[in-house]
Design a protein around this ligand. Sequence first.
Ligand code: TEU
Ligand code: CA
Length: 543
Amino acid sequence: MSQWWKERVVYQIYPRSFQDTNGDGIGDIPGIISRLDEIKELGAGIIWLSPVFKSPDADNGYDISDYRDINPKFGTMADMEQLFAEAAKRDIKIIMDLVINHTSDEHDWFIKSREKDSPYRDYYIWKPANQDGKPPNNWTSFFGGSAWKFDPRSGEYYLHLFNEKQPDLNYRNPKVIEEVKDIMHFWLKKGAAGFRCDVINLIFKSSYADGKRRLAIQGREHYTSQEGSHRILQELNRHVLSQYDCFTVGEAAFVDLHDAKLLCDPDRKELDMLFYFDHLNVDRRIEKYISKKFSAKKLLAVITKWQQGLDWNAVYLENHDQPRIVSHYGNDGEYWERSAKMLATLLLTLRGTPYIYQGQEIGMTNFDYTSMSELNDVEAIGVDKMMRKFHIPASLRWKMIAPSARDNSRTPVQWSAEDGAGFTKGTPWLGINKNHTKINYEEQKNREDSILSYYKEMIKLRAGSETLKYGDFAPVYCTKQVMAYSRTIIGDEQYVVILNFSDKSASTPLENNLVGKVIATNTNRTDYNGELAPWEAVVLKVW
Ligand code: TEU
Ligand code: CA
């Protein structure tokens, strides 16, 4: 079967923030349908749809209470079917978010599982207290606090790696795997072209022993990329995925290159590609709330490791869990436009399938919130609570949380300068950035030198170049400030990409052969002489 997912660019939609049509302040499926032409025009050929399933929204849909129904906030199953049909008309494929590490505690399986003698008891991970009457082990949740919640009715604890409203499924129970297969068939038959698989390398817990003591997420060595997870992925592939023309991208937490190679090895038939986090953590310490200095050198080292280590990468700089890249690795002030384009150049000239997160294509910036009360995210709220327990003062908590919180990327898409940003006529579920009067789709749509136009050009350039899609990657030059790398098909073509990650101008030495014809740039230059302006990007065709 053709690997069309290597040819196309993916556009991620976070439905509640994309486009509202009924004025309730929440994006919806009719809203997505109304914007398919914009996605097509951008040049994306696949949509990754964050969860639209029935959910009490403790974690904005990543807590599913019915995998075969649509959240009424977003619309109906008929709307979803229409979305598949309208997307197909435009040759846009849709992949769904498969969230199977856990369900909502309001899922029917979990409700039944609370009864000790129910046939559903074993769908989840229930354990008695330890000898001291404490939780079964010392594991901590991704969102702060113990990963176990006591259920007084049955006198046992259940495991939740995420929020307590997200109980983990028990993958030692073959019935759970059969349920997952049925859900996958259901959506593939409806027209899904594959899945983004949420924290897929964490599903199998190989032991319930205490975890090594850590600052956070204690216990992870017992469930990260275990043999059991590999086995289950192979089974899902054999019994389901291999029967459809579809692909999977796994989200793999704590993954290292060794595990990633196993997860993505085409011969093992587990995943087609995966999201790792290393490249977004070069300016963060072990925990994302503690920052350290960024350098282009460190970033290039990480990129090189993954570009050369895996045959095919999922290339991304933003998603609904990460801050906006222009605020993270770029400059969202004076050099907003140029640095956003520089980062677009990076995204679209690496080897792999590029993923664009809604709003990234217009250079949306981090949330302009000023206090915790404006946040919605269960993670930020949990982490704040945990820090409070450790007596960390409010000002320091805010300093750590504000730049990294997930709500940074979850503010509504800025379609226009109007009140409501063209997103809603009602009250938005999360604050709209005040800068929508300046940064919005409408303003950039017909402006030739806008960030949006640049994304379109770069997507076209990639689509038309075998070398940019499939060429080998090699690092060429780097300093703290500048990186350069090449993409090559031997005997055919070579491109060199030069990027300046700073407010200062820079130069690259001529002996590195950084010469050639300028194919793309975020400035007006027509030739390259080794001098780079602040935040400049230059793509050279060397031969
Ligand atoms: O994210 C999993 C995950 O690893 C995140 O918790 C990550 O550590 C954190 O968000 C980085 O800030 C996935 C989803 O993408 C996320 O939205 C969900 O909350 C989570 O799984 C649970 O389903
Ligand atoms: Ca709505």
